[in-house]
Design a protein around this ligand. Structure first.
Ligand code: SAM
Ligand code: SF4
Length: 447
């Protein structure tokens, strides 16, 4: 390995950013892009032209960690050929395992934690001057409310409303890698959205690990429903989405707000995780299957055509066949529009990792197969209910499979593919649904 060399201030300064993980990470990468641009970098989509390569990491399951390490393996080759290229690793994995990272990838120049995001420009400057790895990971603290961003999409934007999590579900890394809950001030959120709308934004996706906790830590008496109603008032904005809602904190007020506020889309992502009360308790989720069902009934009463999606984990420690059947039964009872399904991943430092009765991989895989099969059947049936209907689609781009087709989402968060010109990207288009598959609907645009 060549000796680490200092990077000259005069180098061309192009930065390439690779993001792993959730929407919050996507947003943080948009912040990193802005911070680095302000300090003189130009963004590039071509990794081979970059002078600085940033990986914004995720650590929600072990599998994601392996993906990050495999990407780091590719970066090692670049560093061998071009020692002047700076390598930086930020995000959740960097927060939780900075020392393991530097041990396994000593060729990395900068490692920063999730709570050190705002320090990125200084760290880059330090790495250039020092020429040896810098590791900066704050254990506690909060990020500022306001950041500049360079948006990937102008017409649909992510906006964090609350960062961190106080829930400590027994399987989850998030509270360890993202710190405690902190709500942003309503003023800062509204200003960020207003600015984006002035630049052509039509849809906002409000983000938080548990948006229903919004406001609990603020001096004013406001909650998430109040925030929604204020965002709903912003002229020019067409759609409001939000994720994620925790079932234990989903209030009647929020359900009413969803029913009443015109811009709030008819879609709720409400992670169930498991259908067995015994497993829900071991997961420390704070609700029972009966309470979840009551919430779904109430939601459907107020927003009859609501589309409901969820997260489900199979193979949690001690999950018996009967517990798994409870999950399948809940899926049949609720009939979700879609589900993100996960095999339980044991994460060091979480309470669940210490539980006995870890489930063998073959059993977990078989349960996942059965769960996916059931959910796909339900999704397909639900999607068929949209046939012949005319829906509003926010066009996101060309279809990756066919450049003559466009793709976009309905208010119910259904992907729709239809023939059309790229001039429609970012526009709201009415589309008549002609075919319904499991992953997407197909249709014809209406003039
Ligand atoms: N805050 C959200 C909530 O409470 O539902 C979830 C955030 S988490 C980043 C996204 C999803 O990853 C979870 O809902 C859960 O289904 C899944 N997940 C988290 N930890 C996991 C683990 N150790 N193994 C498998 N899936 C996990
Ligand atoms: Fe993780 Fe639970 Fe917090 Fe969601 S609510 S981020 S699953 S600890």
């Amino acid at each position: 390995m060549p000796e680490k060399s200092k990077v000259s201030e005069n180098s061309s300064r192009k930065v390439y950013i690779r993001t792993f993980g959730c929407q919050m990470n996507e947003y943080d990468s948009e912040v990193m892009a802005a911070l680095l641009q302000e300090s003189g970098f130009e963004l590039t989509q071509d990794i081979n032209r970059a002078d600085f390569i940033v990986i914004n990491t995720c650590y929600v399951r072990e599998k994601v960690k392996h993906k990050v390490f495999s990407f780091l393996g590719e970066l090692k080759k670049i560093k061998m050929q071009k020692p002047h290229v700076l390598l930086g690793v930020g995000g959740c994995l960097a927060q939780k395992e900075p020392h393991q990272l530097i041990e396994k990838a000593p060729f990395v120049d900068i490692i920063w934690g999730t709570l050190n995001l705002d320090e990125l420009p200084e760290l880059v400057k330090g790495a250039r001057e020092k020429g040896f790895p810098i590791v900066k990971v704050k254990e506690k603290g909060f990020l500022p409310d306001d950041f500049s961003t360079i948006r990937k999409k102008r017409f649909s934007i992510y906006v964090p409303v609350i960062r961190g999590c106080n829930n400590f579900c027994s399987y989850c890394n998030v509270p360890y890698v993202r710190g405690r809950e902190k709500s942003r001030s309503m003023d800062s959120i509204l200003k960020e959205i207003e600015k984006a709308v002035a630049g052509g934004c039509k849809e906002v996706i409000l983000l938080g690990q548990n948006v229903n906790s919004y406001g609990k830590d603020l001096p004013e008496k406001i909650d998430f429903a109040t925030l929604l109603s204020e965002v709903n008032k912003l002229p020019g904005l067409c759609r409001i989405r939000f994720t994620t809602s925790h079932p234990k904190d989903l209030s009647g007020g929020l359900i009413v707000a969803m029913a009443k506020l015109k811009k709030v889309c008819e879609h709720l992502h409400l992670p169930l995780q498991a259908g067995s009360n015994r497993i829900l308790k071991l997961m420390r989720r704070g609700y029972r299957r009966e309470t979840y069902l009551e919430l779904v009934d109430k939601l459907r009463e107020y927003v009859p055509d609501v589309s409901l999606t969820t997260d489900l984990i199979v193979g949690f420690p001690g999950e018996t066949e009967a517990d798994f059947q409870d999950t399948l039964n809940m899926v049949k009872r609720v009939r979700f529009d879609g589900a993100f399904t996960f095999i339980y991943s044991s994460l060091f430092g979480t309470r669940a990792a210490e539980l006995e009765n870890q489930i063998p991989t073959n059993v977990k895989k078989e349960r996942l197969r059965q769960l996916i099969q059931l959910q796909q059947k339900i999704t397909q049936e639900k999607n068929k209910s949209y046939l012949e209907k005319e829906l509003e689609v926010l066009v996101e781009g060309t279809s990756p499979k066919n450049p003559d087709e466009l793709e976009g989402r309905t208010r119910h968060n259904k992907m729709v593919i239809f023939p059309g010109d790229t001039s429609l990207v970012g526009e709201l288009v009415r589309v008549k649904i002609m075919q319904a598959g499991c992953w997407a609907l197909r249709g014809e645009p209406k003039s």
